[in-house]
Design a protein around this ligand. Sequence first.
Ligand SMILES: NC(=O)c1ccc[n+]([C@@H]2O[C@H](COP(=O)([O-])OP(=O)(O)OC[C@H]3O[C@@H](n4cnc5c(N)ncnc54)[C@H](OP(=O)(O)O)[C@@H]3O)[C@@H](O)[C@H]2O)c1
Length: 256
Amino acid sequence: MNLKGKNAIITGASRGIGKAVALKLAQEGVNILIAARNQETLDKTVAEIQGQASGKVIGVSTDVSQLDDLIKLYEAAKTQLGNIDILVNNAGVSSQYPFDKQPIEDLERLVNTNYLGYVRLIRLVIPEMIAKKSGAIINMVSGSTLVDPVPRTFVTYSSIKVGLRAFLKGLFWEMRDHGIKITSILPGVVATDLTDKLNDITQDQKDRLMSVDSVVDMVMFALSVPANACPLELAVINQQTPWTKPVIDYAQQQAK
Ligand SMILES: NC(=O)c1ccc[n+]([C@@H]2O[C@H](COP(=O)([O-])OP(=O)(O)OC[C@H]3O[C@@H](n4cnc5c(N)ncnc54)[C@H](OP(=O)(O)O)[C@@H]3O)[C@@H](O)[C@H]2O)c1
């Protein structure tokens, strides 16, 4: 895909992985609309990216767990950018606990943000992509879905991501017939605010986190393959992390 002049929505782009992806796309000349809940952080990120972008950079305060917000987000994108060529579904929240200690209200928040937030926005964007017979939808899933059974303390987070991954895999084949590319990105543990909140992680554990750049590279790869090809799933995992020793230690979480 020649990226210059294309229009993209990136959710959860005020910080972390989403912000790094948004910056890279803006530097490539893509007009971007970025979404997140906190207006102040969003405004700061918009200003920061605008300084390095050749196209439009718009911020729309959105809670992706709310259908009304997603509808408003999509309407703003259509009005301010036009047809959407790229959707990067990335906004996500974490909640790492042994299940018996997990706050019960976190369950709904995880489903509504990390599953419905993705699926509903795809449902809103896809009719125009089908009409154009083109479009790319990149989804930040999780490397934890590669582990079976899903890792301890990640049981709800990861199983919801497993469901998301299954949905996207099925959608890949359905949308392929319409010329639309669906890609799932499965990153290992990345150094962002989301992992900072995992609290009390040691220097050794920090050294085993990946940088956001590795994830940006995967997104750019997905957008740079020839028109007749599409990566269904891309996983990037830290080489130094022993498979049997997760970055987030169960005993640490159990002791919370
Ligand atoms: N970091 C990792 O190790 C890792 C590994 C695998 C997969 N992932 C996935 O990658 C994605 C991004 O993670 P990250 O590490 O970059 O997280 P992060 O640093 O915590 O950033 C999350 C972003 O999403 C936004 N967000 C959160 N809830 C939202 C909501 N309900 N509506 C709209 N925006 C929302 C946040 O802004 P506001 O708080 O202002 O809304 C922020 O911009 C997530 O889906 C995560 O599950 C992360």
